[in-house]
Design a protein around this ligand. Structure first.
Ligand SMILES: Nc1ncnc2c1ncn2[C@@H]1O[C@H](COP(=O)(O)OP(=O)(O)OP(=O)(O)O)[C@@H](O)[C@H]1O
Ligand SMILES: [Mg+2]
Length: 364
């Protein structure tokens, strides 16, 4: 197995900077996910690592080797695609054997590898079937098997679960994570689903517009987002991001959010406000950092119910704070307020984030 280093890699399609100077150091045996919205450059980055697309700049190292100029077959990687790409007329066994035959691995070794991979993936009883005689989840397992038999230094996976239904996706996500740990493999995994990224990865690279916005552990991204983009992308529901203006009233700084002028009570928020470069900021509050409290609570703000969304475990309440639709979680799951019902809200200031409006950068 091996570490993978991307050094300032670039891919241009005409005017589009599909991958715009991406640098990542991925450790041996690490599970790293590239996540971001459609078109942000995830697949292009993965294909550059695989050698399917030439670089317009930068270098890629696998282990100590600069592989930038190497053919895909010489890079010691195995890729699992979204559409599985199984041979329809070959049996599962022959699908698994094929990559080994191509590499002229001797028959005994090949049979051993196929047997081991089928055991790991529990597909031993399916070896004589054709792909169309398999369920989506089983086909996915065969596609994984075809990567495993290669015993590569690095696994690359591009949205391998996106063709599965929601329940199977959750199940396969657990299996892939388990598999990666069992094989002690270096894994680079692509998804646009932040929950998938959060639950599977050691570290996540959040991408937008061809650039890595932040690279860190799930906890780091959730608790210390570098910028508004990461704050709004990681976490479900997304962080509430409320445009605000810093104003001075009666000698102290306040946050004006639409009609609401909020007087922060803690040193933490005053520190952040003092560090802000401009007057325009964005206040970031996760749904659990805004609490419904009894009317008349000191320091509270008043709003109204827009909608109530029960989900079973948690009941979400939507409400406008300073012209911005915000989602909060009700402390009482049985809460069923109606449109226009008054809400008294308290902000947990220890969990308030402030971002610069112009650059989007977090103020620390
Ligand atoms: N062959 C190509 N020719 C021209 N532009 C391309 C080509 N391939 C990708 N692009 C552009 O490069 C950008 C990045 O595409 P990429 O496929 O890497 O995105 P992605 O993050 O994988 O998106 P998705 O989540 O939709 O799969 C997009 O703007 C896309 O339109
Ligand atoms: Mg893609």
């Amino acid at each position: 197995m091996a570490e993978v280093s991307l050094k300032n890699i670039v891919k241009l399609y005409g005017d589009v900077r599909a991958v715009d100077g991406v640098s990542l150091d991925i450790h041996d045996k690490e599970f790293v996910t590239l996540v971001g919205p459609s078109g942000c450059g995830k697949t292009t980055t993965l294909h550059m690592i695989a050698g399917l697309i030439e670089l317009d700049g930068g270098d890629i190292l696998i282990g100590k080797n600069n592989v930038s100029e190497l053919d895909p077959k010489d890079r010691d990687i195995a890729m699992v695609f979204q559409n599985y790409a199984l041979y329809p007329h070959k049996s599962v066994r022959d699908n698994l054997m094929f990559p080994l035959r191509m590499r002229k691995i001797d028959k005994t070794t090949a049979a051993q590898r196929v047997s081991r991979a089928s055991k790991i993936l529990s597909i031993e009883q399916l070896l004589d079937r054709k792909p169309k005689q398999l369920s989506g989840g089983q086909q996915q397992r065969v596609a994984l098997g075809r990567a495993i038999v290669r015993d590569p230094a690095v696994f690359l996976m591009d949205e391998p679960l996106s063709n599965l239904d929601a329940k199977l996706r959750v199940q396969m996500r657990t299996e892939i994570k388990h598999l990666q740990q069992e094989l002690q493999a270096t894994m680079i995994y692509v998804t646009h689903d932040q929950i998938e990224a959060m639950t599977m990865s050691d570290r996540i690279a959040v991408m937008d517009k061809g650039k890595v916005q932040q690279f860190g552990s799930p906890d780091e991204l959730f608790n210390r987002p570098n910028n508004v983009f990461v704050a709004g992308f990681i976490g479900n529901p997304p962080m509430n991001l409320i445009p605000a203006q810093l104003v001075s009233e009666g000698g102290s700084k306040k946050l004006r959010m639409g009609q609401i002028t909020y007087s922060p009570q803690t040193g933490h928020v005053h520190d952040l406000m003092n560090k802000a470069a401009g007057e325009k900021v964005i206040v970031g509050l996760r749904n659990t950092a805004i609490q419904m409290v009894a009317p008349g609570t000191a320091g509270s703000i008043l709003t109204e119910v827009y909608t109530v969304e029960p989900t079973g475990d948690v009941t979400y309440v939507q409400t406008n704070i300073g012209d911005k639709m915000c989602t909060i979680s009700s402390p009482d799951v049985a809460y069923r307020g109606r449109l226009g019902d008054p809400l008294t809200l308290r902000i947990d200031e220890t969990r308030l984030y402030l971002f610069d409006d112009l650059s989007g950068k977090a103020i620390w």
